[in-house]
Design a protein around this ligand. Structure first.
Ligand code: PLP
Length: 392
C-alpha cells in the first residue's frame, strides 16, 4: 500500500512492508499457515525457482506476515534485505555458519552477550571455527589480530555491561582493508540511535527480543544487510529450522510501529537517571554513553543520535551489599533481559556474566558491585525515587 523508501524512520516503522488485506484491514494480517496453495504447477514453479515473489512454506520464510516484517526491518536499518529468526542467538549462529567454514577465524571485540561468548568460545571451535577475543582498548591494534583466514569482525556497541562505545567507522575501515566482514550487534542502540550499515558495517544483527519487540513478550532475532551477504544465511536458517513463528512476526511488526517513540522515551529517561546517579554519594562510577565525562562519549556523540536506555553503575560496597540494593528495588524487576517498557535490574556477576571466570571479569572491569539497569517507560520520578530508596 504505502511506499515509504524516502520517508523518515517513524513513517517506515509504521508503513513499510504493510499491505491492505482483501477486506481492507490496514496492515498485513497474521497468516499462521504453514503452507500456501497454488492454482497450477507453473505458478508453484515460479515461486520455487524465484521468478515470482510469493508465499510457499513458512519454515522457508516464504509467508506473507514474515515477508512483510522483513521489508520493514530492512527499511528501518537501511539495508537491502532482512531475515528474521526464532531468537537473536539463531540469527548470530546462522550468520557465523554461513560466512565461516572449518579453519576460518573470527575476531570478537569487547564485551559481548554471554551466549554469544559461549557460541564463539565453545561451540564454533568444535566445527573448526576459532575466535580471538580482544578488549575494546586493543582496537587500535586490530590489524595485528586479523589473520589470512579471518572472515568476520564481530562486536556490540554500546557493550554489555560496561557500555563501552566502539567506533564502527574505523573498525569497518580496517576490516575492509583486509577483506573481512564487519558484523555489528545493534541490539542495545537500536536503529533509532545508531545505523551501523551507514557507518560502514556489512551486516547488522538484533536480538528483537529486546527493544525492537519492546514489551518483554516475544523472542526473536534478525540479520539485515545487502542481499548477496544474506543469501547464504537463508539456507542455514531454512535447514536448521530457525524461522520466526508467524505469530511472533505479527507481534514484532506491531511493536515496531511504536519503536521511535519508545526508544526516544527510553533515551530521555536514562539520561536523567544517569545524571542523578552520578551525583549520588553511594555510587563510584556510572557507565552511560550520554555522560560528557564518560570514556566513550566523543565517539558516541559522533555515531549515535541518542544514547539508549541502558546504564550500569558501580556501588560503594561489596557483592552482598550490592545484592541488597538490588533486592530493595520495587519498580525495577530483577531480570537478565532488557529493552522492554518495564524497568529491569541485574547484577551482572549473578546473571549475564556468571559464566566468566573471575580473571575474565576482572580483565573486563565487571566488578561484584556493578548493577545494570534497563530503564523502562514508567514515570522517571518514580524510577528515581525507587533507586534512591534502594541506595539509601
Ligand atoms: N545480543 C545481545 C546484545 C543480547 O543482549 C542478547 C540476549 O540477551 C542476544 C544477542 C541474544 O538474543 P536472544 O536471547 O534473543 O537469543
Amino acid at each position: 500500500m504505502k511506499k515509504s523508501t524516502d520517508s523518515g524512520l517513524a513513517t517506515k516503522c509504521i508503513h513499510t512492508g504493510d499491505t491492505l488485506d482483501e477486506r481492507g484491514g490496514i496492515f498485513t494480517p497474521l497468516y499462521n499457515h504453514s503452507t500456501f496453495g497454488f492454482p497450477n504447477t507453473q505458478s508453484v514453479l515460479d515461486v520455487v525457482e524465484g521468478r515470482v515473489e510469493g508465499s510457499l512454506y513458512t519454515r522457508y520464510g516464504l509467508n506473507p506476515t514474515i515477508q512483510s516484517l522483513e521489508k520493514k526491518l530492512a527499511a528501518i536499518e537501511g539495508g537491502e534485505s532482512a531475515w528474521v529468526f526464532s531468537s537473536g542467538m539463531a540469527a548470530e549462529s546462522a550468520t557465523f555458519l554461513a560466512h565461516c567454514k572449518s579453519n576460518d577465524h573470527i575476531v570478537c571485540i569487547g564485551d559481548v552477550y554471554g551466549g554469544t561468548y559461549e557460541l564463539l568460545d565453545t561451540n564454533l571451535p568444535d566445527l573448526g571455527i576459532n575466535t580471538t577475543f580482544i578488549l575494546g582498548d586493543e582496537v587500535n591494534k586490530l590489524s595485528e589480530f586479523i589473520k589470512s583466514n579471518t572472515r568476520i569482525i564481530f562486536f556490540e556497541t554500546p557493550t554489555n555491561p560496561n557500555m563501552e562505545v566502539l567506533d564502527i567507522t574505523s573498525i569497518a575501515a580496517v576490516a575492509k582493508q583486509h577483506g573481512v566482514l564487519t558484523v555489528v550487534d545493534n541490539t542495545f542502540a537500536t536503529p533509532v540511535n545508531q545505523k551501523p550499515l551507514e557507518l560502514g558495517a556489512d551486516l547488522v544483527i538484533h536480538s528483537t527480543t529486546k527493544y525492537l519487540g519492546g514489551h518483554s513478550d516475544l523472542t526473536g532475532g534478525t540479520v539485515i544487510g545487502p542481499t548477496d551477504l544474506l543469501t547464504p544465511i537463508w539456507t542455514w536458517r531454512k535447514n536448521l529450522g530457525q524461522i520466526m513463528a508467524p505469530e511472533v512476526a505479527y507481534l514484532l511488526a506491531r511493536s515496531l510501529r511504536t519503536l521511535v517513540v519508545r526508544v526516544n522515551a527510553h533515551n530521555s529517561a536514562a539520561k536523567i537517571l544517569a545524571k542523578q546517579l552520578v551525583e549520588h554519594p553511594r555510587i563510584n562510577k556510572v557507565n552511560y554513553p550520554g555522560l560528557p565525562d564518560f570514556n566513550g562519549y566523543s565517539i558516541a556523540k559522533h555515531q549515535m543520535k541518542g544514547f539508549g536506555g541502558m546504564i550500569s553503575f558501580v556501588i560503594d560496597g561489596d557483592a552482598k551489599e550490592t545484592a541488597d540494593v538490588v533486592d530493595r528495588l520495587k519498580l525495577f524487576s530483577i531480570a537478565p533481559s532488557l529493552g522492554g517498557v518495564e524497568s529491569l535490574v541485574t547484577q551482572p556477576i549473578t546473571t549475564t556474566h556468571i559464566n566468566l571466570t573471575p580473571e575474565e571479569r576482572t580483565k573486563r572491569g565487571i566488578v561484584d558491585s556493578m548493577v545494570r539497569i534497563s530503564v523502562g517507560l514508567e514515570d522517571v520520578e518514580d524510577l528515581w525515587a525507587d533507586l534512591e530508596q534502594a541506595l539509601n
